[in-house]
Design a binder for this molecule. Structure first.
Ligand code: 13P
Length: 246
């Protein structure tokens, strides 16, 4: 099973930045990376990045999508349009969207289902907050999010899960092997719970992944890639993560 390294730019970047970093990454990607590499820029930069990545093995992802195919949803973007513009992936249920926009598991599930219908691979995010972790609720939170956010139609071939402990996002605090491996195993078991095959399910880890810690994280059992925030804004550091894939 191949590794996936996805860069989530979040609400960062500009046209000039997109041009600069895609040029740098294009040069690096000329040496056929072992992993699948995806960039998830803000929606207005998708077309720019898609054009810049043409002819490279680097693929495109969106940071969100709407659950409907089209209609009166001001400010939202449909999975169908994201597919048309060249996306392969759509992140759904990122903890920042759950927090900033009150996205519930039920809504995330509908978004993931829409992505699947459009032929996109949803990257469905789950993860506990610091307070939940302190209260020993990590397992319960992951179970609730997995059961509520993964659509029935998802299969190992069509969907990716990302474990992003909220306390490790943008904080510089990285989870240890002891934090990561049990949750990844639990995610795989929960995926199988609905009667689905779960062998080979892609489960990314996200939360302060950078060049210096990528090798240790990517070597964890059950980790098949990384969802990278801050470090994906630096071509050198991002590529260090790509080349750290075992
Ligand atoms: P950081 O890598 O900046 O911690 O962000 C992780 C993340 O949220 C990726 O989706």
């Amino acid at each position: 099973m191949g590794y996936l390294i996805a860069g989530n730019w979040k609400m960062n970047g500009s046209i000039a930045f997109a041009r600069e970093i895609t040029a740098a990454l294009k040069a690096k990607a000329a040496h056929a990376p072992k992993a699948t590499v995806a960039l998830c820029p803000p929606a207005p930069l998708l077309a720019e990045v898609a054009a810049a990545l043409k002819g490279t093995p680097i693929v495109l992802g969106a940071q969100d999508c709407h659950f409907a195919e089209k209609g009166a949803h001001t400010g939202d973007v449909s999975a169908t349009l994201l597919k048309e513009i060249g996306c392969r992936y759509a992140i759904v249920g990122h903890s920042e969207r759950r927090a900033d926009h009150g996205e519930t598991d039920a809504l995330v599930q509908r978004k993931a289902a829409a992505a699947l219908r459009a032929g996109l691979t949803p990257i469905i995010c789950v993860g506990e907050t610091d307070a939940e972790r302190e209260r020993g609720e990590t397992g319960a939170v992951i179970a609730r999010q997995m059961r509520g956010s993964v659509p029935e139609t998802a299969t190992v071939a069509t969907c990716v899960i990302a474990y992003e402990p909220v306390w490790a996002i943008g904080t510089g605090k990285t989870a240890t092997i002891a934090d990561i491996e049990p949750v990844h195993a639990q995610i795989q078991a929960l995926f199988a719970e609905a009667g689905r095959a779960s062998a080979g399910l892609a489960i990314l880890y996200g939360g302060s992944v950078k060049g210096s810690n990528a090798a240790a994280i990517l070597a964890c059992r059950g980790v098949s890639g990384a969802l990278v925030g801050g470090a994906s804004l630096d071509a050198e550091d991002f590529w260090r993560i790509v080349t750290a894939c075992p």
